[in-house]
Design a protein around this ligand. Structure first.
Ligand SMILES: [Zn+2]
Length: 139
């Protein structure tokens, strides 16, 4: 299934570039070190415009989730949309893949994976998505 491509801007271009290198990056304030997601131009804690990024472990737990039945394509499978609590303390919205719906629950440990998708614009994009955690951990 082709996805709409993200349109990176100067705040989140690092996130998409990291995904292409199979790294889940979190924006960090260059002054006070506060992590934040989604990326933003200014730190809400100290007001600094200085930023860098750190690589997340890719491990987290499901904070909340839904099953989307939006008919984006006639034969599309329902998608599990998850809000993941990363162990670094930030959250992000993504998809849980390869998981039976009856196993999905709040608090379920998950690991990031990186999946290349065709886009509706004719290119490809790598999306950080999640699978149920295995004993070996992320990646
Ligand atoms: Zn700050």
């Amino acid at each position: 299934m082709a996805v709409k491509p993200p349109i990176p801007d100067r705040d989140d271009a690092f996130f998409w570039a990291g995904a292409r290198e199979e790294q889940l990056l979190i924006q960090r304030c260059g002054e006070c070190g506060t992590l934040r997601h989604p990326p933003a131009p200014m730190c809400a804690r100290c007001g600094s415009l200085s930023t860098d990024a750190v690589a997340a472990s890719g491990r987290g737990t499901i904070h909340s989730w839904i099953v989307s039945h939006h008919p984006t394509e006639p034969d599309a499978e329902p998608r599990v949309v998850v809000l993941v609590d990363l162990e670094e303390g930030t959250r992000l919205v993504s998809n849980l893949i390869d998981a039976p719906l009856d196993e999905v629950t709040t608090g379920l440990p998950v690991d990031v994976c990186f999946v290349e998708h065709d886009t509706t614009a004719g290119g490809t994009v790598v999306l950080p998505q999640f699978r149920v955690a295995t004993a070996g951990g992320a990646l």
